[in-house]
Design a protein around this ligand. Structure first.
Ligand SMILES: *Cc1c(COP(=O)(O)O)cnc(C)c1O
Length: 391
């Protein structure tokens, strides 16, 4: 299982010794035939579960016709996908299609830089981001990420990124060169930490009054992860720029930057070879249909509450290990007493047949498929109890 990795794959990940070869909704099967309840969904990616019949059919139908043609031509599924995203968001925006979260954020940063050039005298270029944020691994998205330890080795970086300790500190960091603030409404990698709604709304007002762009990184929080289409909907704000990726393609790589500055780019300003091709946008269109249906018929909200209740109950049984229950919707975390215990819990869970994740230093993270059933949730927590008993 590991030989090809030892010989041919760069060792950038600490991989667990398991290989999943199949799945069905929130169940994964490994190469030995063992079944697991998936509370991770490929880090919030498999939003409609594994081997979803509708998604499989949509992808197969599309690839049997055409996978890719390039953005030199009108790609019908891309236009349709942009319409669905804009309609479901409720915002008056237009979309650009990329292939990942980092790339979507690169697009957001380019929008800010061009806005600062066109609207600013002198040019405004500084972007304020938050400590413990995560915006991706390309050089610029990495520089936007407010975790200095990740910046080791990779400089020099592009100028113009300023880090605020928290939302309260943003105002004091604004100067004549500030063009944008970029943040996650729930910090995912940073520890499943939701921002305070009133503070975010006050920030929105402040930024609007100074003509500074509010850019919300919804790569993890978007696509119904928090219960609404976007966390921005839940926070009742109207950002200028929003980025999406993880849950949108149901596992097919796709990223989007959407903005109310509809005229910011002219032909040639930005582009992507693969971005928004028939394969990824046909997949995203089906994901958007499936999820908007379960949102409208109430099933998603019911499952969210069921999951949250089961998780709270589980945490309450182990107060010495789980100190706090954090997060929103199907983006949840339990603060674990220390990092070592967290590692043990994750390994014991896997042994017992449940996949869970780590976030930040000591947060046990849950990002189940949004289509998870009550039966799968129940089974997952039965297995987690078994894992705790084995510690
Ligand atoms: C995962 C993530 C990214 C990076 O996405 P990639 O597809 O890995 O480039 C950026 N921002 C947030 C908030 C994320 O959770």
């Amino acid at each position: 299982m590991t030989k090809n990795f030892e010989n041919y794959v760069l060792p950038t990940y600490g991989r667990q010794k398991v290989s999943f070869v199949a799945g069905k909704n929130a169940v994964l099967v490994d190469s030995e035939g063992k079944e697991y309840i998936d509370f991770a969904a490929g880090i919030a990616v498999c939003s409609v579960g594994h081997a979803n019949e509708r998604l499989t059919k949509a992808i197969c139908d599309q690839v049997s016709k055409v996978i890719h043609v390039s953005n030199l031509y009108y790609i019908e599924t891309q236009g349709e996908c942009a319409r669905k995203i804009v309609e479901q968001s409720g915002y008056d925006m237009k979309c650009f299609f990329a292939n990942s979260g980092a790339e979507a954020n690169e697009g957001a940063i380019k929008i800010a830089r061009k806005y600062g050039e066109v609207e600013g005298k002198p040019k405004r270029y500084k972007i304020i981001t938050l400590d413990h944020s995560f915006h991706g691994r390309t050089i610029t998205a990495l520089k936007a990420t407010g975790q200095e330890s990740m910046h080791n080795y990779f400089g020099p970086f592009p100028d113009g990124f300023v880090y605020a300790k928290n939302i309260d500190e943003i105002e004091s960091l604004i100067d004549d060169h500030t063009v944008a603030v970029m943040l996650e409404l729930v910090q995912g990698e940073g520890g499943v930490q939701p921002q305070d709604k009133k503070k975010v709304q006050a920030l929105e007002q402040l930024l609007k009054s100074r003509d500074i762009l509010l850019m919300v990184d919804e790569v993890q929080t978007g696509i119904y992860r928090t219960g609404e289409f976007l966390a921005s909907n839940l926070y009742e704000i109207t950002p200028d720029v929003i980025t999406l990726a993880k849950g949108l393609g149901g596992g097919v790589p796709i990223g989007v930057v959407m903005t109310s500055k509809k005229d910011i780019f002219a032909p040639g300003d930005h582009g992507s070879t693969f971005g928004g091709n028939y394969l990824s946008t046909a997949a995203a269109n089906e994901v958007l249909d499936i999820l908007s249906e379960i949102k409208e018929n109430g099933v998603l909200d019911e499952q969210l509450i069921y999951f949250e209740t089961a998780l709270a109950k589980f945490a309450a049984v182990h107060p010495a290990i789980f100190l706090e229950h954090v997060g929103l919707g199907m983006m949840r975390g339990l603060r674990v007493v220390d990092a070592e215990t967290l590692g043990k819990v994750i390994n014991a869970a896997r042994e017992a047949g449940v996949i869970v994740l780590k976030a930040g230093r000591n947060t046990l993270r849950f990002l189940p498929p949004l289509t998870i059933t009550k039966g799968e949730i129940d089974e997952g927590f039965v297995r987690l109890e078994k894992a705790m008993a084995s510690l």
